[in-house]
Design a protein around this ligand. Sequence first.
Ligand code: NAD
Length: 293
Amino acid sequence: MQILNGKEAAQSIKDALKLEVAQLAANGKEVPHLVAILIGNNGASETYVGAKVKACEEVGFKSTLIRFEETVSAFKVLETIRDLNRDPDVDGILVQLPLPEHISADEVITCIDPAKDVDGFHPNTIGKLVLGQPSFIPATPYGIILMLEHYKIETKGRHAVVIGRSNIVGRPMSILLSGSGSYGNATVTICHSHTQNLKEICATADIVIAALGRPGFVTEDMVKEGAVIIDVGITRIADETRKSGYRISGDVDFPAVSQKASFITPVPGGVGPMTIAALMKNTFKACAVKHYE
Ligand code: NAD
């Protein structure tokens, strides 16, 4: 069994980006600029946005964090996004989810200029993805593809089971794996909360992508000998023995499943860092397009 080390793979992607950014700067060109919008004080969101801003610093991007109170109006958020859409200095815009109940995530995402949609959630972006046209790829599925690429894990002709059908992870993941792009051409089954015989289906998978947010859901009896296991889940579980008061759990029962897997991602340190590396790649791409206009 080999651990798919997301920290290492992400670092090699960021190192390569850092060189490209330095090259842009040396040629007197603008470096990428990512703007993140954070609403409220959700602890997990703070952590994710903090990690994204830190990654920008690491690779040499400009970054701006715009914070709003939990009570901010939808109008104010949309107005801010429209200003950022018009600002030529801004290459990528992301709004950290989840949003307070009074703000529609659909409305916010749709307001982002698709050319700056580095999270890859805009309907235009997803539409292009489905059609196999060049577009941004949603950061988490893109990170998983980059991970497969880094470890040279073949997907062609293999059976991939994706558990979870969210618009940000499961569904785009299933589209990429079933598409004809590199690290596609798999036969894909997508499972969700209404799937019957999930255990039996999962046991036929060569590649399992678990993205449902149920700690330890994928157990050893659900996994074929030699399967590749990608654990997307991140759930905070109260743990008084930790200084933070919680520990992070993935969707896979790692100790048992790792005994059968050929490759497996840990949580943390697997898909999480790859998601951030993918976001950096998308932001670089959004900026690079400007230099070729
Ligand atoms: P979501 O809640 O939007 O979707 C969960 C999906 O799982 C749904 O489609 C649902 O049908 C399915 N599901 C729920 N219970 C199920 C069950 N018992 N059996 C089968 N399917 C079931 O979640 P999401 O935004 O896709 O995130 C999923 C997990 O991935 C969460 O733990 C989240 O924190 C994590 N996540 C991690 C990253 C990362 O960078 N590592 C990024 C995004 C999300």
